[in-house]
Design a protein around this ligand. Structure first.
Ligand SMILES: Cc1cc2nc3c(=O)[nH]c(=O)nc-3n(C[C@H](O)[C@H](O)[C@H](O)COP(=O)(O)O)c2cc1C
Length: 132
C-alpha cells in the first residue's frame, strides 16, 4: 500500500506524553483523503516553516480513528515519531506516507495494556522498515 496524506500539527490533550508515547495530532489537509481507521507504519516528513526544503524523514506509528481506550469517540489522526528528539512541532506541516496497516483500533482494559500495544506497534514498525 502507499497512500500519502498531509496536514498541520495541532494540539492534542497531552496524554500520550504521560504514557511515554507523545504523538503529533494531525489536522488533515483538504486535499488529503482520510485513511480507513487503524494503526499503520508510515514515513513521516517534517516540513519546517523556517527552513523550506530541509525536510527530514522519520519512521512513524500512526493511529487513525476513535480512541476507545480513553473513552474518546472523536476520531483523530496522530503519529508517534520514532527516534525523534522531542522538538515542538505545533503548527508545522507533516506529510505521512502510509506503507503498512498493522491492526485495527482496539479497546483496552487499562492504560498499561494500551501502552504495551503501542510499544509493540513501534517494534513492528522498526521490523518492517528494517526488512524493506
Ligand atoms: C501507534 C499507536 C497506536 C494506538 N492504538 C490505539 C488503540 O488501539 N486504541 C485506542 O483507544 N487508542 C490508541 N492510540 C491512541 C492513544 O490512545 C493516544 O495516542 C493517547 O490517548 C494520547 O492522545 P493525545 O496525543 O491526544 O494526548 C494509539 C496511538 C498510537 C500512536
Amino acid at each position: 500500500m502507499s497512500n500519502e496524506i498531509s496536514g498541520k500539527v495541532v494540539r492534542g490533550n497531552g496524554f500520550g506524553r504521560k504514557i511515554g508515547f507523545p504523538t503529533a495530532n494531525v489536522e488533515l489537509a483538504k486535499n488529503s483523503q482520510r485513511p480507513a481507521d487503524g494503526i499503520y507504519a508510515c514515513w513521516v516528513k517534517i516540513h519546517p516553516d523556517s527552513e523550506p526544503g530541509s525536510e527530514s524523514r522519520y519512521m512513524g506509528a500512526l493511529h487513525v480513528g476513535p480512541r476507545p481506550a480513553i473513552g474518546d469517540v472523536v476520531p483523530t489522526i496522530e503519529v508517534h515519531i520514532l527516534d525523534f528528539a522531542g522538538r515542538d512541532l505545533y503548527g508545522q506541516q507533516l506529510s505521512l506516507q502510509l506503507v503498512k496497516r498493522l491492526r485495527d483500533v482496539k479497546n483496552f482494559d487499562s492504560m498499561d495494556e494500551l501502552k504495551a500495544a503501542i510499544q509493540k506497534d513501534c517494534e513492528e514498525v522498526r521490523r518492517y522498515f528494517a526488512a524493506s
